[in-house]
Design a binder for this molecule. Structure first.
Ligand SMILES: NC(=O)c1ccc[n+]([C@@H]2O[C@H](COP(=O)([O-])OP(=O)(O)OC[C@H]3O[C@@H](n4cnc5c(N)ncnc54)[C@H](OP(=O)(O)O)[C@@H]3O)[C@@H](O)[C@H]2O)c1
Length: 238
């Protein structure tokens, strides 16, 4: 399996959750690199000042909503599965339907959207999917969010195999805290989403399988081969 980059200049992309946070930064980065058209989605209607942006209403937890988007955005060669939720759900005590809700958005949303857009991406000689994962794909703070991101990491690896023959490269993007609505209540160093968006765009161009977008992602990934007590000890000391 070899990886191939996808042109951004002149291309058409779709970014789920493209109205705010990291998704908004990715939309802007793709525009800055010459994308001809970017579908930016949200669950509610919104507007964008750049005429190259087509806004779409999309709920990644709804089969019908995803199918409707795929009926409209039939020219996409770049798909960024960015939409996600964080519901603060302790694995032992949170209502299971809340954890299922996180899985529905963060895992099944990725699968739903990717399945719907795979035939569209296949129309292009090379195409690209970026799945926005997390450092929490590899380490848990004890909530359902990490379950969903660990599962989405595995799904990303599975989709990469499944789509290789049609020329679609699948990239997993791992990042720690970013300065977005999702982390508004968290007092910690946070990356600028624009810097993470730049790395996502670089991976689209080079066909990289994985982006470790910040120091904590490098540190945790590197620590996975150690005894798990070492990894959690390092994090506690950080
Ligand atoms: N912020 C961080 O520190 C951090 C760290 C690692 C990974 N991530 C991941 O980065 C991605 C973007 O997060 P963010 O930080 O930019 O969060 P955010 O500011 O809360 O934005 C979340 C985005 O996801 C969309 N979304 C949520 N549920 C959806 C659904 N069911 N269908 C369609 N769209 C939905 C939202 O759209 P609406 O406007 O419709 O709500 C919004 O655009 C997520 O996958 C998140 O897990 C974030």
């Amino acid at each position: 399996m070899s990886s191939t980059g996808t042109q951004i200049n002149g291309a058409t992309a779709l970014v789920t959750g493209g109205n705010r946070g990291l998704g908004k930064a990715v939309v802007q980065e793709l525009l800055d690199r010459g994308a001809a058209k970017v579908y930016a989605t949200s669950r509610s209607a919104f507007t964008h000042s750049d005429p190259r942006v087509v806004t779409l209403t999309l709920d990644v937890t709804s089969d019908a909503s995803v199918a409707a988007a795929a009926q409209v955005a039939t020219d996409v060669s770049i798909l960024v599965n960015n939409a996600g939720i964080h519901s603060s759900t302790p694995v032992l005590t949170a209502p299971l339907d809340e954890i299922q809700g996180e899985l529905d958005a963060n895992l099944f949303g990725v699968l739903r959207v990717t399945r719907a857009f795979a035939p569209i991406l296949a129309e292009h000689e090379t195409s690209s999917i970026v799945n926005v994962l997390s450092v929490l794909s590899w380490i848990s703070f004890g909530t359902g969010y990490e379950v969903s991101k660990a599962a989405a990491w595995s799904a990303t690896n599975g989709l990469r195999l499944a789509l290789a023959d049609q020329g679609t490269t699948v990239t997993g993007l791992h990042v720690g805290y970013m300065d977005t609505d999702m982390t508004a209540g968290i007092d910690a160093p946070k990356a600028d989403p624009r810097e993470i968006a730049r790395q996502a765009a670089d991976a689209i161009l080079t066909g990289g399988y994985e982006v470790l977008a910040d120091d904590i992602s490098h540190q945790v990934k590197a620590g996975l081969s150690a005894d798990v007590t070492v990894l959690y000890g390092q994090l506690a000391a950080a």
